[in-house]
Design a protein around this ligand. Structure first.
Ligand code: SAH
Length: 384
């Protein structure tokens, strides 16, 4: 495991994305461990955080903003933390290296094609962001050019120039976003090359990745995370499982081979479409996906006196809603597996569940985002 700080990034102070880069990787892991022990250690023993063997270039989803510097030159890079100021970055320590190379190439192509970067002050110009998603195991690459206009002069020549330099690009998509928003993607996408999707393998299953649906950005650690969740669930082919906040159905599809049936619930309609496709492509028949608010579905299920043996929940940073937690308690599954990307909301939700009939039995932190202050945690709860 890396124990040096020589690799410190030249953009560290300006960018603000990697808050822990002034520490060795070991120190980072131990700080994260201490944080989880402080927050949750009174419930039970906290297992040692699982770090990465090679904690660099792990991000398979890379996004760059395009704009101009004070000299009027086109720049691409990362928004400085909580601002819209672009820190020009050509190579980031945590991003996939091939993705970074492609972004630099696109910036050079802009110049030769006389295309302008987008200007957020007056909403003119062309290229606003580039989003790249790469299949870690499949090596498939998706390039999304987010543009302020639908018009894309010399579109075909531009895409061909990019493909001739990077023949490993699997698909190229133009996404149009000309609204005043801090979201990267707009609503309309036009596929310029390939199928508009890529496939990656995780835990022995194939998963389809589209521009807007959620897919874990660190696939190496995602596999560790999912394996931990499955170990905690200890499924025996007989259970009814709910995969709440299921995204593209990854966890539910893995669980389906180990239980009787799975119900996946997710708010994002694109993710649900991918989830259904993923189930089909993996030959998983004992799973059904519902496009709804997880809290609402759980409430309905509780009202209809339906049952579930195990609930696996993986909410966004805000944690679960009170509606969700209350219905979870009503549904009263024997096991709850909580996968959390935010220890503070996890602590809040565990406080509720521990006062409403659940033992907290196991806590396993996983380092999904080396060099940043984020910590992912998997918790096993059983009914008292
Ligand atoms: N378990 C998945 C996705 C986890 S990310 C995986 O590992 O890939 C959290 C997901 O929760 C996102 O896909 C997001 O769209 C979804 N989400 C956010 N709020 C939600 C809500 N209220 N109800 C259902 N899903 C929600």
């Amino acid at each position: 495991m890396d124990n040096t700080i020589e690799t410190r990034c030249p953009y560290y102070k300006k960018c603000g994305g990697c808050q822990m880069q002034n520490l060795t990787y070991r120190q980072q892991l131990s700080q994260k461990q201490v944080r989880i022990i402080k927050l949750l250690g009174h419930y039970c023993h906290v297992e040692e955080i699982i770090g990465m063997e090679n904690p660099y270039h792990y991000r398979c989803k890379v996004q760059a903003a395009f704009g101009r510097n004070h000299k009027g030159e086109t720049v691409s890079g990362i928004y400085q933390s909580s601002t819209h100021k672009i820190v020009p970055v050509d190579s980031c320590m945590i991003e996939d290296e091939r993705a970074d190379e492609i972004i630099v190439c696109i910036r050079k192509l802009l110049k030769s094609f006389k295309l302008k970067p987008f200007d957020e002050n007056n909403y003119t110009g062309f290229l606003r962001h580039v989003l790249i998603k790469k299949g870690y195991f499949s090596k498939q690459i998706m390039v999304v050019l987010v543009t302020g206009t639908v018009e894309f002069p010399q579109k075909r020549a531009f895409v061909n120039a990019l493909l001739s330099r990077y023949p490993d690009i699997t698909t190229v998509i133009q996404n149009i976003n000309n609204s005043r928003t801090s979201l990267v993607l707009g609503e309309r996408s036009i596929v310029l090359y390939g199928t508009g999707k890529i496939i990656d393998q995780l835990c022995g299953y194939n998963f389809r990745i589209s521009p807007s649906s959620f897919y874990q950005v660190n696939p190496v650690q995602a596999a560790v995370l999912y394996k931990t969740a499955m170990d905690f669930a200890g499924l025996t082919n007989t259970e009814r499982v709910i995969d709440a906040y299921c995204g593209t159905g990854t966890i539910g599809i893995i669980a389906a081979d180990r239980c009787k049936e799975v119900i996946g619930v997710e708010l994002n309609a694109d993710a649900i479409r991918d989830a259904r496709e993923n189930a089909k492509n993996n030959g998983t028949h004992n799973i059904k996906f519902i496009n709804a608010d997880a809290g609402e579905l759980m409430e309905e299920m509780a009202a209809e006196k339906e049952s579930a043996d195990c609930v696996i929940m993986d909410p966004p940073r805000a944690g679960a809603s009170l509606k969700f937690l209350r219905s979870l308690v009503k549904l009263s599954p024997d096991k709850v597996i909580y996968i959390s990307c935010n220890p503070d909301t996890l602590a809040r939700d565990l406080h509720f569940l521990s006062h409403n009939g659940y033992w907290i039995e196991k806590i396993q932190p996983v380092d999904m985002f080396p060099h940043t202050s984020h910590v992912e945690t998997v918790v096993l709860m059983t009914k008292r």
